[in-house]
Design a protein around this ligand. Structure first.
Ligand SMILES: Cc1cc2nc3c(=O)[nH]c(=O)nc-3n(C[C@H](O)[C@H](O)[C@H](O)COP(=O)(O)OP(=O)(O)OC[C@H]3O[C@@H](n4cnc5c(N)ncnc54)[C@H](O)[C@@H]3O)c2cc1C
Length: 405
């Protein structure tokens, strides 16, 4: 992995400062990130609240829990290079990524559009990891066409009464609170009349039902809301302008700073695998084809890295365009699938053929079982081009912004 982040940037400080910073991060992560957590990350285990929170708490005690946030809200105030170096070193040291729904998604929305009371109530608990958020956007029939959402919220005095259903809600089974898009009025233009509410998941009338995905993991859910009373104080921003906040959030969701360094880390592993196969088996047409796929993925990873740095810079300057966030999401989804497909083809085709049928017991694997983890990752990464908005939807966003299509 490249250790420099400066080729497309103007350094804000001397290179020696960043090298010392990198060394400080490495030493800290080496000394403080528990070895069992690092083994889980290295072996491609799925992360849940227990793992994310453990690491979040350690970073919080160090003052590093919110690398992208201003210091006024408990963030580090790090510059662009420092933020990227943090992500690179976290990936390199196999530390868990930061849980994104609070820090990356709703936190910035509350900072920009929340009331002072909401900032004081929600932001500290996102930073210390004690309140766990999930995202209630998608509904049956309203995924790509999110603005058609039907979950209704009717104002009655000092609260809203919410009825409807959300689906694919990641981590809802272990979350405390869900940022939720609801319809508060029926306007001619469906983007109007949408409102953003923070709904505490222990409120009466909420039922969370599990969905098991192709990799037999349970992290997505259906969330049913029946006459759920939500205080008006939990409305973020103005009533009827939730679409604006929802889009602001989606741009940040599509710009996940952790993604690219972690893909580059996986690519390094696949690189080792290809070279090992070449040493063991000698060149063959299939291995030469694998080498070609590896080189293409490496070039694509370089592109993703440059795009990410440029997008983070724009976000810091407040000029981030939706098309850039969408282009990055599209590019990194394709890259993730290319890397996991290559690893899968190289390593586990026989095993995969045995595991792919619906044999749940065969999908349970321990830390040592690297090949099974590869199959899990391959299957899970099929969702990369769907979750957070499908690749087709990203192309539509890019086309609309660039060409007015
Ligand atoms: C693993 C995973 C986690 C998720 N987590 C969450 C979460 O935490 N919270 C949440 O709210 N949602 C979540 N989602 C939902 C996700 O955002 C939706 O699945 C996604 O937006 C697609 O919506 P849909 O499933 O309704 O498919 P549809 O919108 O029905 O799309 C079906 C197909 O039609 C294509 N299509 C649709 N419209 C167009 C168009 N205009 N032009 C071209 N092609 C089009 C799509 O690209 C897709 O291929 C998650 C999904 C997955 C798979």
């Amino acid at each position: 992995m490249s250790s420099h982040v400066t080729d497309t940037q103007t350094l804000e400080r001397e290179p020696a400062f960043y090298e010392a910073f990198r060394a400080e991060l490495r030493a800290f992560m080496q000394g403080h990130c528990p070895s069992d957590l690092r083994a889980k990350v290295r072996n491609g285990h799925k992360m849940g609240r227990a793992e994310y929170s453990q690491w979040q708490r350690i970073l919080f005690d160090q003052g590093w829990a919110a690398p992208g946030w201003p210091q006024a809200y408990g963030g580090t105030g790090w510059d662009l290079q420092q933020r990227y170096i943090f992500e690179e070193v976290s990936a390199e040291m196999d530390c868990p990524p930061l849980y994104h729904h609070g820090l990356g998604h709703i936190g910035p929305v509350i900072m920009h559009f929340g009331t002072p009371e909401q900032k004081a109530r929600f932001l500290p608990r996102i930073v210390d990891g004690s309140q766990w958020w999930c995202q209630g956007y998608s509904e049956p029939g309203s995924g790509s066409d999110l603005a058609s959402l039907k979950t209704s919220a009717v104002r009655v005095g000092d609260h809203y009464v919410v009825n409807g259903q959300k689906i694919w809600t990641s981590h809802a089974q272990e979350a405390d609170i869900m940022y939720t898009l609801v319809r508060t009025s029926q306007e001619a233009r469906k983007q109007q009349g949408i409102t953003l509410l923070a709904i505490e998941l222990d409120t009466p009338g909420i039922e969370v039902r599990p969905i098991h995905t192709i990799d037999h993991w349970h992290h997505v859910n259906e969330v049913f809301l029946r006459d759920v009373k939500v205080p008006v104080d939990n409305r973020i921003g103005e009533e009827g302008t939730g679409w604006k906040y929802g889009k602001f959030l989606l741009d940040r969701e599509r710009l996940s700073p952790a993604t690219v360094p972690r893909l580059i880390r996986q690519l390094d592993e696949v690189d080792r695998l290809v070279r090992q196969r070449l040493r063991e088996q000698g060149p063959s047409p299939s291995l030469m084809r694998a080498l070609e796929r590896l080189f293409l993925a490496k070039a694509s990873a370089q592109g993703a890295r440059e795009m990410l740095l440029s997008a983070i810079g724009e976000e810091i300057r407040g000029t981030l365009q939706s098309s850039k966030a969408s282009a990055l999401k599209l590019h990194s989804s394709e890259l993730a699938q290319a890397i996991s497909s290559l690893a899968f083809d190289l390593s586990a085709p026989e095993l995969a053929r045995r595991l792919l049928p619906d044999d749940e017991s065969a999908m349970v694997c321990d830390d040592q079982d690297r090949e099974r983890q590869l199959v899990h990752t391959y299957l899970f990464y099929r969702s990369r081009s769907i979750a957070g908005g499908t690749s087709e939807v990203q192309k539509n966003v890019i086309a609309r912004e660039l060409f007015g299509a």
